[in-house]
Design a binder for this molecule. Structure first.
Ligand code: C5P
Length: 230
């Protein structure tokens, strides 16, 4: 039996709902949360700040190894700069999937990610949480939704934040980002063989959270039960 704190790995494509679901599951269980996408976004942000081209593989790798991440619930700092909001901008979304194709960048970030496996447990969301970073995760979930629904969700998020990006532009960039994530040779986005598959296209967030918690209970991960939802 593993002596390490348990992990629930939640993977899936962009805007499949995994970020929101992971944070609610972590809250209900009282566990730690890892939004691994924020790290890749942070690398893209840092590269743009420093004027490092996103095709300069060597410079990106060496920069990533030197970054100091400070991840707290609801905030992320890089080298003491609060980047919580800045990394959510659309150019950073696009840049993050470009830096994510690099093995050395992924290796450096893997050290940060595994360091977050702390008691009482970790809910980790991303693309390769179940396949590469936490292959021994006690529960692996793969969330998916149609690309139309995912573009619509992301569009609403950005419009609510005051951005005026068009739905058709977003549809195209989301599709391109998915394609890069699925087809890269290193740690491509894919469901592990033992992952629970959930199609969230016509499900509410709370229904998805309940479904994930149901699997957690089945695997005796809740240690006396989750807090009830609000
Ligand atoms: O999840 P999010 O959309 O914030 O992730 C941004 C990008 O970071 C993804 O498009 C993907 O290229 C990359 N990523 C990754 N592996 C992870 C998490 C994110 O490659 N575990």
């Amino acid at each position: 039996m593993s002596t390490q704190p348990p992990v629930i790995a939640i993977d899936g494509p962009s805007s499949s709902g995994k970020g929101t679901v992971a944070s609610k599951v972590a809250e209900r269980l009282g566990w730690n949360l890892l939004d691994s996408g924020a790290l890749y976004r942070g690398v893209a942000w840092a590269a743009l700040q420093r004027g490092i081209a996103l095709d300069d593989d060597a410079a990106l790798a060496s920069m990533t190894r030197q970054l100091v991440f400070d991840i707290k619930p609801g905030s992320i700092h890089i080298d003491n700069a609060d980047v919580t909001q800045a990394i959510r901008e659309e150019p950073i979304s696009v840049g993050s999937s470009r830096v994510a194709r690099l093995g050395p960048v992924r290796d450096a970030l893997r050290i940060v990610q595994t360091g977050m496996r702390r008691p009482p447990g970790l809910v980790a969301d991303g693309r390769d949480m179940g396949t590469v970073v936490f292959p021994s995760a006690e529960l692996k979930v793969f969330l998916d939704a149609s690309v139309e629904e995912r573009a619509r969700r992301r569009h609403k998020q950005l419009i609510d934040k005051g951005s005026n990006v068009s739905l058709s532009d977003l549809f195209a960039s989301l599709g391109a980002r998915d394609e890069r994530d699925r087809s890269r040779p290193v740690s491509p986005l894919r469901a592990d063989d033992d992952a629970v598959m959930i199609d969230t296209t016509s499900m509410s967030i709370s229904a998805v959270v309940d479904e994930v918690l149901r699997h957690a209970v089945q695997r005796s991960l809740t240690g006396g039960g989750a807090k009830s939802g609000t």
